[in-house]
Ligand binder design. Structure first.
Ligand SMILES: [Zn+2]
Length: 237
């Protein structure tokens, strides 16, 4: 089991760790660390990139996966012979911050949807830099009529500089929020303070103002679901 340092600090881009396993599978060579700052792809958020370095090698990390056994596998290529032991970790800062902003904006979109009174429920997010959206259960007739009002509300929320709050809920508290805590563990619950929240294991920025202006691109309902696409003005596609 790998300790997930990125859960506590989105802006921790360097750290030390120990390589505890070097192996390979159908996806390539990978290393497992005792603790990591690398976000593994999941919850609609892409994996971090970066490098794992020691005196005699540099391992370029191109993909990161969290296994069902809570082990994080860092995939990539090494120059020099990999050995177990202490290493320095470096996460690509600009990629991490971009991903954290896109992901956090998805949470803020949920808040804006609720504020506008739309009767749709968030089910999944896709927070990659191109084609970013949140999908909701429920259909909206002529959904694009809400594009303008949503954009006004979400950008007002950006200007209000609302802090993001991360809470660890026990199983009873989690149940009240409609989520399930993993067996014997707490559930991580994320919300913009005073607004709707959800269970989430992603990386987030500190407060809404850091997102910059958000563009609501389109609302499209299909097969009982509605996709709301958005983009960050600071990151032209
Ligand atoms: Zn999140």
């Amino acid at each position: 089991m790998t300790e997930l340092l990125y859960l506590n600090d989105t802006y921790l881009f360097q750290a030390q760790a120990n390589i505890v396993e070097i192996s390979n599978d159908e996806f390539g060579d990978y290393v497992v660390l005792d603790q990591t700052i690398f976000y593994p792809q999941g919850g609609g958020q892409p994996a971090d990139n970066g490098s794992i370095n020691a005196d005699n090698f540099s391992f370029k990390v191109s993909h990161v996966v969290l296994t069902p056994e809570s082990e994080v596998r860092h995939y990539g290529e090494s120059s020099g012979d990999l050995v177990e032991g202490e290493v320095n970790l470096n996460v690509d800062e600009s990629r991490r911050v971009h991903n954290a902003k896109l992901h956090s904006a998805g949470h803020l979109l949920d808040c804006a949807v609720a504020e506008l009174g739309l009767k749709i429920k968030p089910t999944k997010g896709f927070h990659f830099p191109v084609g970013t959206y949140v999908e909701y259960e429920g259909v909206l007739e002529n959904g694009n009529q809400y594009k303008g009002p949503l954009e006004v509300i979400i950008n007002r929320m950006v200007e209000d500089d609302i802090p993001i709050v991360v809470k660890d809920l026990d199983s009873k508290e989690a149940e009240k929020e409609g989520i399930k805590a993993p067996e014997g563990k707490s559930a991580r619950f994320v919300e913009f303070e005073g607004h709707v929240g959800c269970g989430c294991g992603g990386t987030h920025i500190d407060s809404s103002k850091g997102l910059g202006r958000i563009v609501i691109r389109k609302l499209k309902s299909k097969k009982g679901n509605t996709k709301i696409s958005y983009a960050l003005e600071d990151y032209p596609i």
